[in-house]
Design a binder for this molecule. Structure first.
Ligand code: DAT
Length: 180
């Protein structure tokens, strides 16, 4: 397609991903507020549109109807300008996103947050291991161009401001690049 047309019609979509508890939702909300982009919680869309096939009792999670979820998301993301948050990233088509932020957390921070959430010991351990093994980061690097994948942290108010500023700067550059 004509890049000029694309630039004038489309805004970028940004994916905020990471292990549960790392700070995706907090970061995505803050970035949306700071940039004027719209926050889309994939978990909320899945719930609203009932994209579940059942419940995994052992893992204490829902079983996702991926196809149904992706169909709904495709429509939501079509016009761009969305800040999407989800704890996984390999299920989405690569073309959907222009920037991928992987939120990382230290073991101690994540342990406290997951405990505060009332996660079972098993679920907490699984998520801690996921973070230690950098599962989501590797997933992102395998699913998207390395150049658009960035690690960030979200522990303090300063982090939120800094991350939002980075995205604002990135958006400015993105618009310039689209004009070229
Ligand atoms: P996620 O969406 O990745 O599961 P979250 O955004 O709900 O994580 O954050 C988990 C907890 O950590 C929540 O109590 C808010 C807190 N938190 C996240 N980022 C923070 C930050 N930059 N400063 C202070 N608290 C933060």
């Amino acid at each position: 397609t004509n890049p000029l047309l694309r630039a004038s019609l489309k805004r970028p979509n940004i994916l905020i991903t990471g292990t549960p508890g790392t700070g995706k939702t907090t970061t995505a909300r803050y970035i949306a507020e700071a940039t004027g982009l719209e926050h889309v919680s994939v978990g909320d869309v899945a719930k609203e549109k009932e994209c579940f096939e059942g419940r995994d009792v052992e893992l204490d999670t829902y079983i996702l109807d991926e196809e149904k979820l992706l169909d709904h998301l495709e429509i939501i993301l079509a016009d761009g300008g969305k800040v999407v948050d989800y704890h996984s990233c390999e299920l989405f088509p690569e073309r959907w996103f222009d920037l991928i932020l992987v939120v990382r957390a230290t073991n101690a921070v994540l342990f406290d947050r997951l405990s505060a959430r009332g996660y079972s010991a098993r679920k907490r351990e699984e998520n801690l291991e996921c973070e230690i093994m950098q599962v989501v980061l590797d997933e992102a690097l395998e699913s998207y161009e390395k150049e658009i994948v960035h690690e960030i942290t979200s522990e303090t108010e300063d982090d939120l401001q800094e991350n939002a500023q980075r995205v604002k700067d990135w958006l400015t550059q993105w618009k310039v690049d689209c004009r070229d």
